[in-house]
Write a protein that binds this ligand. Sequence first.
Ligand code: SAM
Length: 690
Amino acid sequence: MTKTAIERDFPFEEIDPIADRESWRKEINRPLYHIHKWWANRLGSVFRAIVLGTLQDKSKAVWEGFYEKHNFSKKIVLDPFMGSGTTLGESLKLGAKVIGCDINPVSSFIVRQALQHVEQGDLLKAFKRIEKNVSARIRSYYETVDPATGERCQVLYYFWVKTVITPEGEEIPLFSDMVFSRNAYPSRKPDSQILCPHCWAISVGRFDSEDHTCPSCKKSFNPQLGTTISGHSVASKTGNKYKIGDLVRAQKTAPGHRLYALMVLDPSGNKRYLRAGQHDLDLLKKASEDLHGLKLPLPTLPVRAGNNTDQARSYNYFHWRDFFNDRQLLCLGLLLQEILLIEDRLVRDHFLCLFSGTLEFNNLFCSFKGEGTGAVRHMFSNHILKPERTPLENSVWGVDGKSSGTFSTLFRSRLLKAKEYLDRPFELSADATVPGVDAKIYCNPPIRTKVTRDLQEFEKAPSAALVLNGDSSCLPLPDNYVDAVVTDPPYFDFVHYSELSDFFYAWLSEAVGGEYPEFKRQDSSSPGEVQDKSPKDFARNLGKVFTESARVLKPEGVLVFSFHHSRPEGWLAIYEAILASGLQIAAAHPVKAEMSGGSPKTAAKHPINLDAIIVCKKGGAEKPILEAWDGAVRDYQDYSQRFQAIGRTLSLGDRRVILASQVLKHCSLAARTLGSVEIMLLRVFDEYDF
Ligand SMILES: C[S@@+](CC[C@H](N)C(=O)[O-])C[C@H]1O[C@@H](n2cnc3c(N)ncnc32)[C@H](O)[C@@H]1O
């Protein structure tokens, strides 16, 4: 049987430096997959190489064609776990037709907007109209007066703190320290903003100062000490100590907040900090009153119980609406109401996608990253739903290009950038660090594809993306239909996609629930979602999708996916799923994983920087000569030598990824049982002397 290029080898030596560069600014280097938040996006350059390896003439090495223009218009690539659409975008650039399916309605919605060509002029026209109709009103809720100068200033950010009430009726703010703003590089710029715990005045002091005197009330205090004790408890004035969790639960409603400071832009364009004053409280009151006097499209869905959602629920966040304060609800509601007036459905859906993405930076789970960096730490920085004790309120519309994560800035940095990428899709140069070498290589044709939900339309169009929403264990496709399956399944217990995406779903379902059936539900989850529960459930559901993918895959095609895990159970579940599908693992190659640092990998004891690319076939792969374990160890040693040759140090986590994936390959080729694979995987994780 013929061999595809990816069965023979994968050029990680060449791909890794490009992937590394991409990983530092993924949103700039592949804006197509960052038009909206999605979790665990894979690297476009890695997936370009994978797709090439599955489609390229078998006589050619993958790397040879990396910067060439291709036209695989006769080929169809399927991704049954589409996510943000990385496989789809990369395959379209190579000229192939693509089919993507995701069980999550939010994923399908954003991929449809990402891949669809829209005239930039139409987007600009709609933006101007929204700006004309609502921006002044929204911005009026983000103004203040500097008491020192009497000048009107625009507010960039409001600084809030959560409070708890003790049984004595005392309200205690939850500060872990009193330095509320410091530079991202404090040793270079030590000046920070300090809040006085006595009179709540703000003043400047060193970020590490342990003795500070408030210029307003003249009291001295240690700014490194906050109002909480070891982060878990608070003490009342009477000396009683209470656990924060107990006080929050006793309250029955989401914790209260107190506004203490603002970062403003003064009329000369300078950023300044101000103490929160009466004017700001009055404006907030007005926003609340205005909100209650209007009928705006706001989320009504409850937060269901779940792994991540329970973190929010333990703080009494029982409705998605509770994630926002009244000003945010008002301004977001006004914006959404205006977007819904756009008549052209395609343009409207693009703005809904932008709007939904804006939510991530405009809610009470956001916090301040510090000066000298993108100021807003968005709510999903850790793939979880952790209530924020000191939330940062961003301005929904944005302030004269000076703010980040706002509707007006994301319009340019996300929506327009993604559309520009469709017009001029580029690859990153491997030699970009060499002076005079252009960092971008424009070797791809523009992406002009028909994005459809309908198979007949897909078949008729010369370039087409069939973007489906549903469970990929049951695809509406004929047998032996696609040339390759290239995907990235959920990683067992890493990300709870639908629990997190419910945050966006709650708004989108209000907006388009009447039009798209997948937005008529109570939440974004579905029974077939491949998600942890137990390794057995994960393996069974994944096996169903692999089985279905194998059905629609042509006999000579390959199913390729990326994976890593820090525990043997994760790898065993993968083996079980492949076994169930009747596929065989023909090859396993290491490659750079999606992030350089960042959770959840860095949270693990042994950080993992590699993914394994697992290449599966319907049969006919060459049988190895060595025993499974010996063969796996030999391949592992070959790979470690190759990494050594390029000066790459492998962490223990990386070494385990390589060896575990080779164990899977050799066991699959030798048709080993689950029991014997488990024994070998335990050896990889517990005994093997790396
Ligand atoms: C790891 S993500 C894919 C990320 C993607 N490679 C990217 O770069 O954005 C896995 C995806 O599988 C989806 N999923 C889980 N179970 C599914 C199923 N049964 N059918 C289709 N999609 C499913 C999840 O909603 C999630 O978007």
